[in-house]
Design a protein around this ligand. Structure first.
Ligand SMILES: C[S@@+](CC[C@H](N)C(=O)[O-])C[C@H]1O[C@@H](n2cnc3c(N)ncnc32)[C@H](O)[C@@H]1O
Length: 273
């Protein structure tokens, strides 16, 4: 089928079916204004499956034969925008306020919980490699399997690396040659210092142990308040006493969770229960 479906927009009823499915699976609520987004992200899948309308596609991804396609559709819905050293103030806080105060010999554990394609965890890993004298562990997860696979590979176009300080570029990145010209690759040592896995924040977490610091940045905005509260309860349970939580600078926990005490904009400390 070659029909151009780029203008196909789901009806309100079709949109509602996807809205409910996405909320059930990911906890993400897509308001009606996001109809065009749904269409832009999924129409190529309708063509690939030779399906003519959104309702038929919805029935297919709900059927036992459509489980692989359902994962693909959910991956396409998530917004993965990210970049190296995004929101520098968090990295300054980690470097200047947290690392100098670590108890000698204690294991410093960090979790990047909506890590997208890896720029966030690799920024953390660069800083920890350079500055952290304690043993450290860095876990990195996302609901989207594809972005986690990309993160593991660690290849990025040069135009996306402008925030990486030059000394980190020299120390942790290799310039691509031949077919990889115009790209850098994070070196093997840094890649191996990060543990990658998929995890849906909307579901119960496996036992991950306890963390000193969790990055939960630019993901809460996609959830409704009830789901935000539940996610923050689960995150609180993974933090060590006085553990620190970073959220995106446009996100606030005010009225959402009383488990955290504000420290600085977008930085919270786990409060006593
Ligand atoms: C905008 S990116 C933020 C990436 C990074 N934290 C940053 O601030 O640059 C949001 C990420 O949240 C992930 N995400 C969305 N829903 C999720 C869920 N239910 N569980 C885990 N990750 C989720 C998306 O796949 C996406 O990679």
């Amino acid at each position: 089928m070659t029909t151009d479906m780029s203008n196909v927009i789901p009806s309100d009823r079709e949109f509602e079916l996807f809205q409910q499915l996405i909320e059930k699976k990911l906890g993400i609520f897509l308001p009606l204004q996001k109809k065009a987004l749904l269409s832009n992200r999924l129409w190529k899948r309708l063509i690939a499956c030779d399906i003519k309308g959104f309702e038929e596609y919805y029935r297919y991804i709900q059927s036992p034969q459509g489980t692989g396609e359902l994962s693909l559709a959910l991956e396409l819905i998530t917004t993965n925008e990210t970049y190296f050293f995004r929101e520098q103030k968090h990295f300054d806080y980690l470097r200047d306020e947290m690392l100098p105060k670590l108890k000698p010999g204690s294991n410093f554990r960090v979790w990047s919980a909506a890590a997208s394609t890896g720029e966030e965890p690799y920024s953390i890993a660069m800083l920890l490699s350079e500055r952290c004298t304690n043993p450290w562990e860095l876990l990195c997860s996302d609901v989207n399997r594809k972005v986690i696979e990309q993160a593991k590979v660690g290849i990025y176009p040069e135009m996306r690396i402008k925030n990486i300080p030059p000394e980190y570029l020299r120390r942790f990145c290799r310039k691509g040659i031949g077919p990889r010209e115009g790209h850098i690759r994070v070196n093997a040592e840094l890649r191996q210092s990060v543990q990658f896995f998929t995890l849906n924040l909307h579901e119960e977490f496996p036992d991950l142990g306890q963390f000193d610091l969790v990055f939960l940045r630019n993901v809460l905005i996609y959830f409704e308040n009830d789901n935000k509260t539940k996610i923050l309860e689960r995150i609180a349970a993974t933090l060590k006493p006085n553990g620190i939580l970073f959220v995106g600078h446009s996100e606030s926990l005010h009225g959402i969770s009383s488990r955290f005490v504000p420290v600085k904009p977008a930085i919270y400390r786990l409060g006593a229960q």
